[in-house]
Design a protein around this ligand. Structure first.
Ligand code: NDP
Ligand code: HSE
Length: 436
């Protein structure tokens, strides 16, 4: 059989890895897919660099629309990124009857409903394994491997850049800016790294996993998102003294009242496997009723790890593109007319435990005032640590771990504690999850 023909839009970090891995492993990939898979056209703004990468093995053009217009191309791989031109090109490729593979979580988390609907209308596939956790086949696991289960929650380290930064800060004492520069140099960071450090990239990914796990539409705008930019080394160290590590987690959980969808720095017990995931590695924990807890670990970013997922999608499409569209795995795991409009809970209704750090005057009665405020809103204390503050005499750091409480109550208590004259600096609060 003739090889299936692929057009690649964007040959940067992931595009070049895709080209190289496909060339290197083409024979084994052909034996698995049942026919060859060839990238016969590449579009990139930097035509000279693209030519240098692909040699004479593919036709290189500057205009991505030339690829889409080529009737010989069966699959378009979008590796440009962002919501702008990428959205237009993906929709045009679908309209032209091409299957699409993309690693673009931003695009799918925001415009997924529109894109999947367009693909259904045209009877084509949109595959996106690389969009979540890079090389880890988590989309396949959630959509197919765990299909027997009622998924209860997912918690993941799903941004390599921020996990790399947190590891470098904790282990090597690097400052935030230096660690971020290194992540950029290694090709982990997004074109706009604020997406990484402000938690937006992780929120794109948890939004996609939430939709697949619970059979709801993709709704990034409902996610609660906090990044790591205001995290301080002192809290990383105090957390360690209490037996915890701080990780940027994406969490989604199904409750009888609705669905939690959130990204924020989180204290996790140091003894959990996921707390020991370092550098740019990703890990996703899934709790489901039949199988129990499963954990998926691997490289969440970088050229070839992400290419591994892109090519897996190419093989899937090669195997399935002649199948009746109704027999294919639905984009979001559930049949499109079976998606439920379950409410996404506001963060004030989310229940977690908390780590609090208060810089207080070293006077009698201060701890009593604070514990009374917490007790007044029914928040119970799990542990208290008192440490000399680095910021001068007559000041002390109070570190409090609480039991679980709705966030709304915690916010009310924080406002009251902050107004005490003995509380000398903004209170730091970080959510804590046992992930048991
Ligand atoms: P890069 O910036 O390295 O590559 C994007 C490429 O697209 C560049 O070569 C760029 O050219 C080219 N490009 C930009 N606009 C156009 C256009 N209009 N037509 C054709 N080519 C264009 O990005 P990455 O490879 O890192 O990321 C690609 C996608 O993969 C993104 O959606 C990203 O979120 C996702 N992803 C990335 C991972 C990673 O580890 N890097 C991991 C998982 C997903 P030029 O440089 O000249 O502008
Ligand atoms: N910028 C992303 C990360 C790339 O750091 O995880 C992988 O999606």
């Amino acid at each position: 059989m003739e090889p299936i023909q692929v057009g690649l839009l964007g040959i940067g970090t992931v595009g070049s890895g895709t080209f190289q891995v496909l060339a290197r492993n083409q024979e084994e990939i052909r034996r698995r897919a049942g026919r060859g898979i060839e990238i016969t056209m590449v579009a990139d703004l930097d035509v000279e660099r693209a030519r240098a990468l692909v040699g004479d093995r593919s036709k290189v053009v500057a205009d991505a629309r030339e690829v889409i217009a080529n009737p010989a191309i069966d699959i378009v791989v979008e590796l440009i990124g962002g919501y702008g031109i990428a959205r237009q090109l993906v929709l045009e490729a679908i309209a032209a009857g091409k299957h699409v593979v993309t690693a673009n979580k931003a695009l799918l988390a925001v415009h997924g409903s529109e894109i999947f609907a367009a693909a259904r209308d045209k009877g084509v596939m949109v595959a996106f394994e690389a969009a979540v956790a890079g090389g880890i086949p988590i989309i396949k696991a959630l959509r197919e491997g765990l299909t027997a289960n009622q998924i209860e929650w997912i918690a993941g380290i799903i941004n390599g850049t921020t996990n790399f930064i947190l590891s470098e800060m904790r282990d090597k004492g690097l400052d935030f800016a230096d660690a971020l520069s290194e992540a950029k140099r290694l090709g982990y960071a997004e074109a706009d790294p604020t997406f990484d450090i402000e938690g937006i990239d992780a929120a794109h990914k948890i939004t996609l996993m939430s939709a697949i796990a619970f059979g709801i539409p993709v709704q990034f705008s409902k996610a609660h998102v906090e990044g790591i930019t205001s995290l301080q080394s002192v809290d990383i160290h105090y957390a360690e003294q209490l037996g915890y590590r701080i990780k940027l987690l994406g969490i989604t959980r199904r409750l009888s009242t609705g669905i939690e969808l959130r990204v924020h720095p989180t204290l996790v017990p140091a003894k959990r496997l996921i707390a020991n995931v370092e550098g740019a590695m990703n890990a996703v924990m899934v709790q489901a009723d039949a199988v129990g807890t499963t954990l998926y670990y691997g490289k969440g970013a970088g050229s070839e790890p992400t290419a591994s997922a892109v090519i897996a999608d190419l093989v899937d499409i090669t195997r399935l593109h002649t199948a009746d569209p109704c027999s294919r795995v639905p984009h979001l795991a559930f049949q499109p007319d079976e998606l439920h409009a379950t409410v996404v809970l506001p963060i004030s209704e989310v229940v977690t435990a908390f780590y609090l750090r208060l810089q207080v005057a070293d006077e009698k009665g201060v701890l009593a005032d604070i514990t009374r405020i917490l007790a007044d809103v029914d928040i119970s204390i799990d542990a208290v640590l008192q440490r000399e503050s680095e910021e001068g005499e007559n000041k002390t750091d109070l570190i409090i771990l609480t039991h679980q409480t709705p966030e709304g109550k915690m916010r009310a208590a924080l406002a009251k504690m902050q107004s005490l004259s003995t509380v000398l600096a903004p209170i730091v609060s970080i959510r804590k999850e046992e992930l048991a």
